[in-house]
Design a protein. Sequence first.
Length: 226
Amino acid sequence: MATRTRNRKSDSLLGHGSDISLAIGTKLPLKRAVMKRYIAIVQPNKKTQNIFKDIFMELKCIWERAYVPMKPERDCLDLLMSVNKLWTSAKKISRLTTDNSKEKISHFQSLMDTLCDFSPSNVETLLESSRTTYWKEDLAFLIGQRKYPQIGRMEGVDGYEQLRQQRKESMSNRTRPTENLVHNSSSSSESEQDIPECGNSISDQDFSPGSTPGHQRLRWKFQRVL
């Protein structure tokens, strides 16, 4: 669970850092959110690359929840380091008052409002070849997340927690009470405690069309995109 302590670290270009994990949320994080997270957790004695490895693990969680394929970890880390390089360069010229420097800072701010996109160039092909029932909804969600302001959001995350509880009950009762699960997932509100942990990804086999909170969530997500 993310801590919500007040963070006093701030940056002249990005504002205050964020103490909230990037794994929590209903949208894929923008570059601005990533750098705000970096500002919050940066440590003088810790290498920048190692900090971004920690940030990558947070981002991996939310990308897995979105069911969108990701680039290899090394490529994702290279992207994070390149964003940091842009920020470092912008800080060097942020105090200048020339028209050229102002234009560069404006361009930097625009870049920060774009998606920190971990999807590979052939993401559409990968989604289609996965043969999952709702791959088009996942693709539409990604396209919406690339816009600014972002279009669409993930909802019904609480269904994951209910699915875990359902599995526990099925172990003892040998039954899967799915009839009430979709109803409960649509009426309950999203909370941080409902976010699945990293490494506990639920496979597509766990979701049969029309009967699980996973696919209910995907339908909500697609409707938001439209």
